[in-house]
Design a protein around this ligand. Sequence first.
Ligand code: AP5
Length: 209
Amino acid sequence: MNIVLFGAPGAGKGTQAKELIQKYEIPQISTGDILRAAIANKTPLGLEAKKLMDEGKLVSDDIVNGLVEARLQEEDCKKGFILDGFPRTVAQAEELDKILAKSDREIEKVIALDVSDEEIIERITGRRVSKKTGKIYHIKYNPPVDENPEDLEQRADDNEETVKKRLAVYNEQTAPVLDFYKKQNKVYSVDGAKKLEEITKDIIDILEK
Ligand code: AP5
């Protein structure tokens, strides 16, 4: 099960990935999470990525491709994986096909979560993430329970101004990735405006078709 979860910032990729990795026992590979870990560890890569991420811009293809290639070689990816936030440019999608071909693998399905820009801004500005567990919440739609308020944080790029920039980058550089996969007949669209559980069910139906 080699899956790409695709969608604009805040479309619900991370939220759905967390449900699917539990059900299918395969890893989630989130390039955003890998980059945020590098920032937290103050590595040279993290320092370079931080400025771009805070501005809502993409990190370079070479850096991200290298991170993903290394991660895909790990043992736990042999049974399958869920990519979240990658590929984000056509060049990344082309490179991913090459990386997977080296081990006779390929992307099987691309699940595209469809959500309007207004909804995205509301979702992202209301998002809170637990520092302890990595759980994703929303102050209105998925309020935190059993969490110490001090453990909840708001991502540095989760303000309205940066979200608008991230959406512009998505429309310009990431949306064309969908055409790349449509040509390979791998795209399955899901209405991402539904309730969390309904979306999970729709995705599972597609994966088990
Ligand atoms: P990344 O971390 O990948 O962020 P993103 O794509 O902008 O996506 P998000 O994590 O913001 O949203 P999501 O779709 O996971 O939504 P979530 O489930 O949290 O990337 C960050 C930055 O890193 C990029 O800007 C770039 O700089 C860099 N980067 C990363 N990958 C890169 C790459 N490949 N190449 C280059 N640069 C890269 O949900 C959002 C909120 O909505 C939550 O509060 C959630 O509770 C709520 N919610 C979710 N589903 C629902 C629902 N159905 N109904 C109501 N609320 C919902």
